[in-house]
Design a protein around this ligand. Structure first.
Ligand SMILES: [Zn+2]
Length: 328
């Protein structure tokens, strides 16, 4: 096993070492991305587990602290890279969707740029220090600080390489969330890959985006789903001994739609995560500051509510809910 270095962390075989990827200051402030590398004693794949791409999604962040504590490098084949909080500025300032310095969504600026704004430099650091060094990746999200969510994962059916797509599907099934959105619309251009997991996928590295948790609170259930998911993927890849578990009865979801707010005001949801809706059903109402109705948002398709904004603050164009149709 050759020791891998990520930022300041270098782990020799059998070691688990933490450190930081430095993102230098530029026109706006830089940051330090906390990472852990566990290097096994036998050859195996390099798996990257990324939390905190959105800083107000703490369930995966807390989960990776637990994974770090429980991971025994002396039993491991291959290498696990944990990115504990990819977006530290967003975590520290408790921002949803966007970073506090440049007001950009980190998960929309990949592969980033070394000369860009804070979010773009973070994306570049994750691309070069983590994605370029791994064989496969899980980008672990939850509902953002304002979003109530039922757990699900995305299968990125990118269409560049069927073998990579099949491996990504199996990674998603290994993680263990039984609702899976089939996503065919992601960019195929490595220079404008936009999303963290897609940046790995366009480079031929199977990757999956998971969603478990929400509302800015790391509940025990949501943390456990993320911890279990991480270890299920590790065992699926043969990196630790133990059974390979896959979701036995996946609910494939296609089509799916993210509804956005037609205006700015206060949002009053009419549904909860995991509710079943018919086409035309009310998802929620937007009112003005005084409580008078401005607009209704209705589902254009029948299916399951994957997430819904559960807090009142709402700006025009922001997501209000996601609905996806189970594939019969
Ligand atoms: Zn997210």
């Amino acid at each position: 096993m050759t020791p891998l270095s990520v930022g300041s962390a270098v782990a020799r075989p059998g070691e688990k070492v933490s450190g930081f990827i430095d993102v230098p200051d530029a026109a706006d402030p830089g940051t330090r991305i906390p990472v852990t590398i566990a290097t096994g004693v036998r050859d195996g794949p390099v798996l990257a587990l990324v939390a905190g791409t959105h800083g107000s999604e703490p369930s995966p962040i807390v989960a990776l602290q637990r994974v770090r504590a429980e991971l025994d490098a002396s039993e491991l084949a291959g290498t696990v890279i944990l990115v504990h909080v990819a977006n530290v500025p967003s975590f520290q300032r408790r921002t949803i969707y966007r970073g506090p310095h440049d007001w950009k969504n980190l998960n929309r600026v990949f592969p980033g740029s070394p000369n860009g704004t804070a979010s773009e430099r973070i994306a570049h650091a994750v691309t070069t220090e983590v994605i370029d060094r791994c064989d496969c990746l899980v980008d672990m999200h939850s509902g953002d600080g304002n979003e109530a969510l039922r757990p699900y994962a995305y299968w990125n059916k990118l269409g560049l390489d069927d073998a990579v797509d099949a491996r990504a599907r199996d990674l998603a099934l290994a993680f263990g969330l039984d609702h899976l959105v089939i996503d065919r619309g992601r960019p195929r251009d490595a220079g404008a890959s936009v999303f963290c997991s897609n940046t790995a996928h366009v480079r031929g590295k199977p990757a999956v985006t998971t969603e478990a948790g929400g509302l800015g609170v790391p509940t025990e259930d949501a943390v456990a789903l993320n911890v279990n998911g991480a270890f299920r993927v590790i065992r699926y890849l043969g990196m630790l001994p133990g059974p390979r578990e896959m979701v036995e009865r996946p609910v494939w979801l296609e089509p799916s739609v993210v509804l956005t707010s037609p205006g700015t005001g206060t949002w009053h949801p009419a549904v909860a995560p995991d509710d079943r809706v018919e086409a035309g059903d009310l998802l929620g109402t937007l009112t003005d500051w005084f409580g008078d109705p401005l607009a209704e948002v209705r589902s254009p398709l029948g299916g399951v509510v994957l997430y819904v904004v559960a807090s009142p603050a709402m700006s025009e164009g922001e997501p209000v809910a996601m609905v996806a149709t189970p594939n019969a």
